[in-house]
Design a binder for this molecule. Structure first.
Ligand code: FNR
Length: 369
């Protein structure tokens, strides 16, 4: 309803659900299989209760954070999501500009519908990270990584939870493909890596794309390879256990992003907020730890920070923002999350997360069973 502008993330979601073409909407919203983890990513946040402290002068609140040495205005950034031009003609460029105007991080997917260079031109001042998938043909990944650095991207986000593609049933039923007017913009028009996304052999076209191009044999050695070909800091995205967090630290990663890929890979893995503490306790400050998955409001952000994340990222909320109004819609999603997080801080008696130690923060939160 255009007379009633959205006031929270769920309003954007409702709008997108009622306006996006079915194929695109299903691709964006789905989780894997029976979507148990998809529900849990959100439900889990509600199992944590906040313990507010009162009478603490919260007039001045500092939401900013230092992330891999760069200042962001708030600890809320944009997660990489594929093929954003299905949500709005300006797609990733609009999303990156929204992040730029909110002074936060934008992460571009390898399988984006806007290229590395287009996004760099659209949002020259934003802090841009490039998400990496490892192709069977390593030279393809190699070239992208070099281009990202040349275009001014500041870090590589290696997605480690996709050696195989999760089964998203709606995409199989819809025989989902990238619509013909769009393309995988990071690849040459004539390459298989660009063309394959527009065909279905009878099931989910995007799943067939991934299965034919991405390397299922990837191991920790490939992380070593990635750091050998680029001087950019590496964030590993998709860690869900203390064991893998410990393993990642052997490879000098700059950060760990606790993520279950928006519940799109294995159904039945825990909600990310439920494994955050395990990872934070293992890491013990040896690298930065971030979280994504299921964040829809400012209290979710506060809960993740209270449990030790330095920053959070949002995927679907940005798509709903794009669907509502391109760059302005995406900016509004970030602005709402910013404002909600700011008021949560005030109401919790917290004026900054910058210097808080873990012990103090954990006093602010309790899990209910
Ligand atoms: C994703 N995600 C993802 N991750 C990644 O590393 N590369 C990618 O290309 C994509 N593509 C993608 C498409 C869509 C439609 C979704 C919903 C997600 C996962 C993404 O980065 C992030 O982990 C989740 O989206 C976070 O969960 P929320 O915020 O969507 O609940």
């Amino acid at each position: 309803d255009s007379n009633c502008p959205p006031v929270c993330i769920l309003d954007f979601e409702k709008y997108a659900y009622s306006t996006l073409p079915r194929n695109a909407l299903d691709y964006y919203r789905s989780g894997a299989d029976h979507q148990q983890t998809l529900l849990d990513n959100r439900a889990a946040f509600q199992r944590y209760r906040l313990r507010p402290r009162v009478l603490r002068d919260v007039r001045k609140r500092d939401l900013s954070a230092s992330i891999l040495g760069e200042r962001v205005s708030m600890p809320i950034g944009v997660a990489p999501t594929a093929m954003q031009r299905m949500a709005h003609p300006d797609g990733e460029c609009a999303n990156a500009r929204a992040a730029e105007s909110m002074e936060t991080i934008f992460t571009l997917s390898t399988i984006a519908t806007s290229s590395i260079e287009e996004v760099a031109r659209a949002a020259p001042k934003s802090i841009k990270w490039f998400q990496v998938y490892i192709y069977k043909d390593r030279s393809m990944t190699h070239d992208l990584v070099i281009r990202a650095k040349q275009a001014g991207f500041k870090a590589l986000v290696l997605t480690v939870d996709a050696p195989h593609f999760g089964r998203r049933l709606a995409d199989v039923r819809n025989k989902f493909i990238l619509p013909p007017h769009l393309r995988m913009a990071n690849f040459n028009v004539d390459s298989k890596a660009a063309k394959q996304a527009g065909v279905s052999a009878g099931g989910s076209g995007i799943s067939e794309y991934v299965m034919s191009m991405f390397d299922p044999s990837v191991t920790w050695k490939d992380l070593k390879w990635l750091s050998s070909i680029s001087s950019l800091p590496i964030i590993v995205k998709g860690i869900l256990t203390a064991e893998d967090a410990e393993e990642a630290l052997h490879y000098n990663v700059a950060a760990i992003l606790v993520s279950n890929h928006g519940a799109r890979q294995v159904d039945g893995v825990p909600a990310t907020i439920d494994v955050l503490s395990e990872v934070v306790k293992t890491v013990k400050g040896r690298c930065e730890v971030y979280l994504d998955g299921g964040i829809t409001n400012g209290t979710d952000v506060f809960k993740a920070l209270a449990l030790g994340a330095k920053m959070v990222f949002v995927g679907r909320p940005m798509i709903w923002g794009l669907a509502y109004g391109g760059e302005a819609g995406a900016r509004k999603v970030l602005q709402i999350l910013h404002d909600e997080f700011s008021s949560t801080m005030a109401l919790m008696g917290t004026d900054s997360f910058a210097l808080s130690c873990m012990l103090i923060m954990q006093i602010l939160i309790r899990k209910v069973v």
